[in-house]
Ligand binder design. Structure first.
Ligand SMILES: [Zn+2]
Length: 203
């Protein structure tokens, strides 16, 4: 006989948002089935919003990896179908700003990409190509900083970061096509194990 209070109504909405998050958490990318949309940074938010008919419903915010990504239609369908299959009413909102960047890919997802055979993008933070190649041996060696440039005859020029082969980790790789299986990947080939592989281009 008691009326539903606003408090219990919002609790219901909260549980719907949580349920949607739990479902979408495991939704994988249609092109790269080993990583989830959440890990790739494509799934941005799940919230409630007032629909055109005045009812409150779920709104799932996604940001495409790059404008015109052909997989986005598939992703919208996947999200809608998953929610519908579990009795949740919601709509998908595509948000273009701020623009997606490969920095949004979680470190765990980058590892999964590598294991899957796709070289993950270099991020702005891990320019680790300068790891010292000299062995530290003897006393006090750790305090010696080697200033000598080892491999470049032109120290003023920034060398392009090598893309390590996901199969054998060799840095002896070359770009064979700037557009691989999809526009956001480049096709590379390892010159040591001769395996071709995709490189997820940084944005
Ligand atoms: Zn290789």
């Amino acid at each position: 006989m008691t009326m539903a209070t606003p408090a219990s109504a919002s609790a219901l909405e909260q549980s719907a948002v949580e349920k949607a998050w739990a479902l979408l958490e495991s939704l994988t990318d249609p092109e790269i089935p080993v990583v989830t949309l959440r890990e790739l940074g494509i799934l941005r938010d799940v919230r409630t919003a007032v629909a055109q008919d005045g009812t409150e419903q779920l709104e799932v915010v996604i940001t495409p990896t790059y404008s015109g990504c052909p997989a986005m239609g598939q992703i919208e369908d996947d999200v809608s179908n998953l929610l519908q299959a579990h009795g949740l009413k919601g709509q998908v909102k595509t948000q273009l700003a701020p623009a997606w960047t490969t920095d949004w890919i979680t470190p765990e997802a980058k590892e999964k990409l590598r294991a899957y055979g796709i070289a993950p993008p270099h991020s702005g933070a891990d320019h680790d190509c300068q790891t010292p190649s000299g062995k530290l041996n003897g006393s006090g060696a750790s305090s010696i900083i080697q200033f000598a440039a080892r491999s470049t005859s032109n120290p003023g020029r920034h060398e392009q970061l090598a893309v390590p082969c996901p199969q054998c980790n060799s840095h002896n790789t070359t770009e064979t096509s700037h557009f691989g299986s999809t526009a956001c990947k480049a096709l590379y080939r390892c010159l040591d194990c001769m395996e071709p592989f995709d490189y997820f281009k940084p944005y």
